[in-house]
Design a protein around this ligand. Structure first.
Ligand code: TRP
Length: 452
């Protein structure tokens, strides 16, 4: 389908597409989630499984999802309907689009709460609140903050409002310009933090923890969480990459740009881990400290390092902006369903979805205070939504994406959409997507269900 037929805009260049897709991939998942789940799941072995799944499952499915978007050119549900029709298979494949869009919505409901923390920490860093922080004061500070449902709601609401405002005005306009600065600055700051941690933290111990795999820590659940995170961090399985794929510049070759996205995303996560764990060990913070890990460890560094107030402010500003470009993409799948399938105006869709996400977000807010004891299967509301999206919905959508692009679509159509400039690489990807990725996801699922 020629690009002119697209009802969406186009990214203004290859570089802008790369930035936007990287902006979607790089976010809280890299800097907040990766370190804390690596900590909870024993470090090295988890990191290894995560890296392996990025290569053999995450990246191939990422290319496949962008392919669907590029050929489908519509919202996830209509795109899947059209592509199923084209391949002469059942229109039930639309369910894939629904599941993806719903996953994005659920993800945003907790994402906005954590992004609210980043926003608040930016404010606090700027006002010098972290000066002289040690581990006791930092942990106490974090618990006092998260104990206040009102404060969490307020900050999360500010973030959600800004996100939905931008989404309501259309994707192309707002984010392209800001992304140009956020990604490079984020990288620079992480490097500075790594440098600081190298000098004043327990650097050796951190490297050992992150990169020396202790396979006795490897359980089926650890593998499931590592795989789920590979999808989460690449923004695969919730329609984001499908929608962004619909905006892809006409001549761009997908494997190369997707490889770059995955590489940038992985590097940033690893740098975040290398920056944070030396502090965690040096200040005797609990490695499995959970979702608060970076919010308890980083302020100590900012409180003690030269120019810490400035560094802390800019760091949390960058984190907020990185979260912002991800949040926008997470809801864009459902946005386009509202707009293109139900013919609701963009601004109204933003208001409706914003309200829905806001209500759901209260569940996550309460998970950190009044509702922390309210659990199902040992998980509070936040843990449940996180588990449901990252470990069940994203892998399911990814599995069926691999099956659809690998087995249902004709190879010619796939080739035409992928525009690989190297035949050998195309075939390598195609075979991996057809066999390796679905079998890997299927096996992990079966193992998790205790079938094997
Ligand atoms: N990848 C983002 C992060 O790591 C979050 C995100 C944005 C996402 N869009 C998504 C996750 C779609 C899964 C699916 O922070």
């Amino acid at each position: 389908m020629p690009a002119e037929q697209s009802i969406h805009g186009q990214w203004s260049s290859r570089w802008m597409y790369f930035l936007a897709a990287t902006g979607s991939a790089v976010g809280l998942g890299n800097i907040w989630k990766f370190p804390y789940i690596a900590g909870e799941n024993g470090g090295g072995a988890f990191v290894l499984v995560y890296l392996v799944t990025i290569v053999f499952v995450g990246l191939p499915v990422l290319i496949a999802e962008v392919t669907l978007g590029r050929r489908g050119k519509r919202d996830p549900v209509n795109s899947m309907g059209d592509l199923a029709l084209e391949a002469q298979v059942t229109s039930r494949w639309r369910g894939l689009g629904w599941l993806a869009a719903l996953g994005g919505l659920l993800i945003l409901s907790f994402y906005t709460v954590i992004a609210g923390w980043a926003l608040r920490y930016m404010w606090e860093a700027a006002s010098g609140a972290f000066v002289g922080f040690n581990s006791t004061s930092s942990v106490a500070y974090f618990s006092a903050f998260t104990n206040s449902a009102g404060a969490l709601t307020a900050w999360s609401t500010v973030f959600l409002f800004l996100t939905m405002f931008c989404v309501g005005r259309g994707v192309n306009r707002g984010i392209e310009a800001s992304l140009r600065y956020v990604m490079p600055l984020m990288l620079a700051l992480l490097l500075i933090m790594v440098g600081y941690s190298m000098q004043s933290g327990s650097f050796q111990q951190a490297l050992q923890f992150l990169f020396a795999p202790d396979f006795s820590k490897l359980t089926v659940n650890v593998i499931l969480v590592a795989m789920g995170h590979a999808f989460f961090t690449l923004a695969v399985g919730a329609g984001s990459m499908m929608i962004y794929g619909a905006y892809v510049p006409a001549k761009l070759s997908l494997p190369r740009v997707c490889f770059d996205i995955a590489l940038a995303d992985t590097l940033i996560a690893l740098l975040a881990g290398i920056a944070i764990f030396p502090l965690v060990f040096a200040h005797d913070l609990p490695v499995g400290g959970g979702p608060g890990l970076i919010f308890m460890s980083l302020p100590i560094a900012f409180g003690q390092m030269p120019y810490g107030t400035l560094m802390g402010t800019v760091f949390f500003l960058m984190l907020t902006l990185a979260a912002f470009s991800s949040a926008i993409s997470a809801i864009e799948g459902m946005m386009t369903v509202f707009i293109e399938r139900w013919h609701i105006s963009r601004s109204r869709a933003a208001v409706l979805l914003g309200a829905g996400v806001w209500v759901l977000s209260l569940g996550t807010v309460l998970s950190f205070n009044h509702g922390s004891d309210l659990t199902l299967l040992g998980k509070n509301f936040f843990d449940l939504i996180d588990y449901l999206t990252a470990n069940i919905m994203l892998p399911t959508v990814s599995l069926f994406t691999a099956l659809f692009v690998g087995w249902v679509m004709s190879k010619e159509n796939v080739e035409q959409a992928v525009l690989a400039n190297n035949r050998g690489l195309f075939n390598l990807w195609y075979k991996t997507l057809k066999y390796v990725s679905p079998i890997a996801i299927g096996l992990v699922f079966l193992a998790a269900l205790d079938v094997i």
